[in-house]
Design a protein around this ligand. Structure first.
Ligand SMILES: Cc1cc2nc3c(=O)[nH]c(=O)nc-3n(C[C@H](O)[C@H](O)[C@H](O)COP(=O)(O)O)c2cc1C
Length: 438
């Protein structure tokens, strides 16, 4: 019998225009209406998924390239995922919900209070995906920090949240009507935080939850990002490698970081984010993969527009048959996104733009680990093989739209259940307890 694994969903374009540019726009869902997401969240819960993570960016990016971000709705608009989370929690009973929060946008006191309140309202199903991007600093009147310093700030932020959450010592909450005492102020820690990035006083006026503190999720993969995860996270995300051997390597790195912070490996769940393309038959998968090897110009232009949004650099007007001049990328452009465009190539001189975009268009088969196209059975084989390599689970990535959710799960769920990979029931009631069920 295969091992049970945890599953979740990543709303990968955030709380934004769902279906835009896709044929299912014709379903006439309104992306600003919470009922769209509630409908999907109920299906995810029925399917036995542990949690939903909602991507976010708090900015439309650099002022000079706003049009690239919003023209095709690739990078915005985006509404606040912390406002959507309560609607999803209210529509479900088991599913955990973790909106993304950039630490530069929430003072620690406010964040500690908000998420602890959410933890009570949801009976322990609140989570926070903590990110450190500095591109939106200007909206807060802040100078952007460097990469590692942004993690230092996040580290201090989370320690601050924990000081506030832990400020109510055992016995502080009395709630004894007979003696007329609700709470005992002598058991409240005043909390006076004076740090490098934050100064604030406590105590927090929100009480601790019997389900423990909200679940911390983190996606950063650099050494500093893993250090953050090791010290703080209940869930660490990473993009799924296609090779099961790499699972063990990545898990070892995460567990090393956890041990370095004095924690145990069981305290963290490593979940790989995957965006499979499911089709009805192996023949259809082969056809799709073969067709992707020589994309037409319209497809390349669509990919160029997507890349232009991520890179905040207009690639749509560039000559497809020449190498790109790296000087077109201004200083603010993410180095990671530039590397992503290059793929395995060393430099822009090594390929024309057409070749770079064709590499992005090219699909591969799940069955031979060359890509993400396959049938539900082939995806289940892939998931099972990862489980054998010790994997904790997967997060499926895509729109949180009923069409996308059903397309992914309708066939896959019964197969995973039959194989004993996907849970049929939950143990306790909180997200953290779900993560520790197996
Ligand atoms: C699965 C996944 C989800 C992510 N979600 C977000 C997000 O919602 N918002 C954001 O600003 N960054 C997000 N990131 C980017 C990370 O926060 C981080 O900047 C990136 O992974 C690079 O890691 P590093 O800075 O530790 O090198 C995500 C990354 C991954 C792999």
């Amino acid at each position: 019998m295969a091992r049970l694994q945890h599953f979740g969903w990543f709303l990968s374009r955030g709380f934004g225009p769902h279906g835009w540019g896709r044929e299912y726009l014709e379903w006439d869902y309104d992306w600003t209406d919470p009922r769209l997401y509630q409908q999907s969240a109920r299906t995810l819960e029925q399917a036995g998924l542990d949690l939903v993570i909602i991507e976010d960016a708090i900015s439309l990016g650099n002022p000079s390239t706003l049009d690239l971000r919003i023209r095709g709705a690739y990078g915005g608009p985006k509404h606040d995922p912390t406002a959507l989370a309560p609607y999803l929690l209210d529509a479900t009973e088991r599913l955990g919900v973790a909106p993304t929060v950039n630490v530069l946008s929430w003072p620690p006191y406010l964040a500690a209070r908000h998420f602890q309140t959410q933890q009570h309202l949801s009976k322990g199903r609140a989570g926070v995906n903590v990110v450190t991007d500095v591109g939106s600093s200007r909206h807060f009147g802040l100078e952007p920090l460097g990469h590692d310093a942004a993690y230092d700030r996040a580290d201090e932020w989370l320690r601050g949240l924990r000081e506030l959450w832990g400020g109510w010592k055992p016995g502080a909450l009395v709630a004894d009507a007979a003696s007329g005492v609700y709470a005992d102020a002598s058991k409240l820690d005043a909390v006076q935080h004076r740090g490098e990035y934050f100064d604030f006083d406590g105590p927090l006026n929100a009480i601790p939850s019997i389900d423990g503190d909200p679940v911390i999720v983190s996606p950063g993969g650099s050494p500093r990002g893993l250090g953050f995860a090791g010290a703080h996270s209940d869930v660490q995300l990473a993009l799924a490698p296609l090779d099961a051997n790499l699972v063990a390597d990545y898990r070892a790195k995460v567990h090393e970081a956890v041990a370095a912070a004095g924690r145990r490996a069981e305290e963290i769940t490593v979940l790989f984010v995957l965006k499979p393309i499911l089709v009805d038959s192996p023949e259809e998968a082969d056809r799709l993969v073969a067709a992707s090897a020589s994309p037409d110009d319209a497809t390349l232009l669509r990919i160029a527009a997507e890349q232009s949004s991520d890179l905040e650099t207009d690639l749509t007007g560039q000559d497809l048959d020449r190498p790109l001049d790296p000087a077109i990328f201004a200083d603010h452009v993410s180095r990671g996104s530039i590397k992503g465009l290059l793929g395995k190539r060393e430099s822009f001189a090594d390929a024309t733009l057409r070749e770079l975009l064709t590499s992005k268009a090219r699909l591969g088969r799940l069955s031979d680990r060359s890509g993400v196209v396959g049938t539900a059975e082939e995806l289940a084989d892939f998931i099972e093989a990862f489980g054998e390599a010790g994997n904790d689970g997967f997060i499926f990535s895509g729109d949180l739209h009923p069409v996308t959710v059903h397309r992914m799960l309708d066939r896959l769920v019964p197969i995973l259940r039959r194989r004993g990979i996907l849970r049929r029931e939950f143990g306790g009631r909180s997200l953290r307890s779900h993560l520790r069920d197996f």
